[in-house]
Ligand binder design. Structure first.
Ligand code: GAR
Length: 205
């Protein structure tokens, strides 16, 4: 049975596109079963619809609290029989309601080399700090912000970037490689989580 991925977005959705394209090309043995946005004006929704992917808009402002919102998201993901959840520019913290519904099956992408520069402005914070190398991180999601075990990191040099926007564009290019790479490895190789380490072991039984 094909693995089904649900993608949560809040905006542009370029990482969503990279995952969907990798599914269509066969790089990832999975299909995107649904895209859920907490914002009705998320540009990624239009792209998803145009590519035949079911979408749902669940504005967080319609719900009494984070748990109620997450319960509605879990119900929509369950309707689509989703196995894995990818946060792709989804700018909300998850409550235990969502995290416990998909234990070790929720991934996030963050535009810095974690644990450096978590939060809303990873690219700008790295640029202003003056690091020579930044990049992106795909990681499992836990209750702490930008914190869970790391699956893939890709680097982007800062030298030659004239401002934080230029660095963000370089990092984004790497993001579009990192998310498909992380999903492909998790879906095609044996892996386990040892403490904070995601261990890929092709030799494992
Ligand atoms: C990406 O750069 C992603 O890493 C970042 O938001 C952008 C979304 O772009 N996420 C975070 O900062 C999460 N802390 P996209 O909508 O084009 O994928």
């Amino acid at each position: 049975m094909t693995t089904k991925i649900g993608i949560l977005i809040s905006g542009r959705g370029s990482n969503m596109q990279s995952i969907a394209r990798a599914c269509s090309s066969g790089e990832i043995p999975a299909e995107v079963a649904v895209v859920v946005s907490n914002r009705a004006d998320a540009a990624g929704l239009e792209w998803a619809s145009a590519h035949g992917i079911p979408t749902a808009v669940l504005p967080h402002t319609d719900f009494a609290d984070r748990e109620a919102h997450d319960r509605a998201i879990v119900a929509r993901l369950a309707d689509a029989a989703v196995d894995w959840v990818c946060l792709a520019g989804y700018m909300r913290l998850l409550s235990p309601v969502l995290i416990d519904a998909f234990t070790n099956r929720i991934l996030n992408i963050h535009p810095s080399l974690l644990p450096s520069f978590p939060g809303l402005h990873g690219q700008r914070d790295a640029f202003e700090y003056g690091v020579a190398v930044s990049g992106c991180t795909v990681h499992f999601v836990d209750l702490e912000l930008d914190h869970g075990p790391i699956v893939v990191q890709r680097t982007a040099p800062v030298e030659g970037s004239i401002d934080a926007e230029a660095l963000a564009a370089r990092i984004l290019t790497e993001e579009h490689r990192a998310y498909p790479e992380a999903l492909r490895r998790l879906l095609t190789e044996p892996w386990s989580i040892c403490g904070r380490r995601v261990v890929f072991d092709r030799a494992a039984p």
